[in-house]
Design a protein around this ligand. Structure first.
Ligand code: BT5
Length: 262
């Protein structure tokens, strides 16, 4: 299905998110292009969308599978006037905004996995990659990259992730209109970003915890060669996971979470 970017532009003229929309048939990575535009002073709310990415990126140099014509790959430039420390809630806020939209399509049980995965029935449907530039200890800009699988079918995924990935189409058995999802997603991002900027951090943490359903669970967090284990007791004010282990409560700032099966 064609991606009608004019329809999208007309819709978002008056808002923050989507006030400028750059669309490309193919980019290496929408995050890389958004970083470049932000460095050239692109306004807050600029969105870069690509039909396909040749080098879609995950965290820690991982690959984000980004074939053409099927999914959404986009990056948003945000310029919140906050400290770098306060920005760590942003990936969680974005996860909530995406989870709200995915849930509306009713593909199955939607869950958030700390810090940045959206899962449907335990399989990954969306990945979020945030990259920040600071000036002194304040945010200069943040690039929020979002990849959502919409019309992928099982065999469209490479073998290595066939059992761990899913799409809206696989969950609903309906073809999904990419513009429809993009419009709803921009609206949801706008809503949650405004909540964040008007002091609504507690509402974001609460909603995130509802979607994550992780309190009281024993988990293992792997970051490079480091492993932390413990029981999740909450999120701190900036969105770090709080784990209670043998040495007391510790903060988890980065890593991949795995729930221990007892
Ligand atoms: C992420 O990394 O989940 C962040 C992905 C962000 C992608 C968006 S697309 C628009 C923007 N431009 C970019 O270049 N990136 C952003 P991470 O948590 O490291 O997960 C990566 C892992 O997810 C891979 O190692 C695979 O196991 C798996 N994976 C790769 N492609 C996938 C896909 N399309 N669907 C589900 N899982 C995938």
């Amino acid at each position: 299905m064609e991606f009608n970017v004019e329809e999208l532009r007309a819709y978002f003229l008056t808002r923050i998110i989507g006030r400028r929309i750059e669309y490309y048939e193919e980019l290496e990575s929408t995050n890389t292009e958004a970083l470049r535009l932000a460095q050239e002073n692109a306004p807050e709310g600029t969105v870069v969308i690509a039909d396909a990415q040749s080098e879609g990126r995950g965290r820690l140099d991982r690959i984000w599978e980004s074939p053409p014509s099927l999914n959404l790959y986009l990056s948003v430039v945000l310029r919140p006037d906050i400290t770098a420390a306060a920005s760590s809630l942003i990936p969680l806020m974005i996860g909530v905004a995406v989870a709200d939209i995915i849930s509306k399509y009713g593909p199955g049980q939607v869950r958030l996995k700390w810090p940045n995965d959206v899962l449907v029935d335990g399989r990954k449907i969306c990945g979020i990659l945030t990259e920040m530039r600071t000036r002194a200890d304040r945010v200069h800009f943040i690039i929020v990259g979002i990849g959502v699988n919409l019309n992928m079918r099982k065999l469209d995924f490479p073998r290595e992730i066939r059992e761990t990935a899913t799409s809206l189409r696989m969950g609903t058995e309906c073809e999904i209109d990419r513009i429809d999802v993009a419009i709803r997603l921009f609206e949801s991002l706008e809503r949650w970003y405004r909540i964040f900027m008007s002091g609504g951090e507690a509402a974001i943490r609460e909603k995130w915890l509802q979607y994550a359903d992780i309190i009281g669970k024993r988990i293992e967090v792997v970051f490079k060669s480091d492993i932390q284990r413990g029981t999740v007791v909450g999120l701190d004010e900036h969105g770090a996971l709080l784990l209670e282990g043998e040495t007391g409560v510790q903060q988890v700032l980065a890593g991949d979470v795995c729930i221990e099966r007892l």
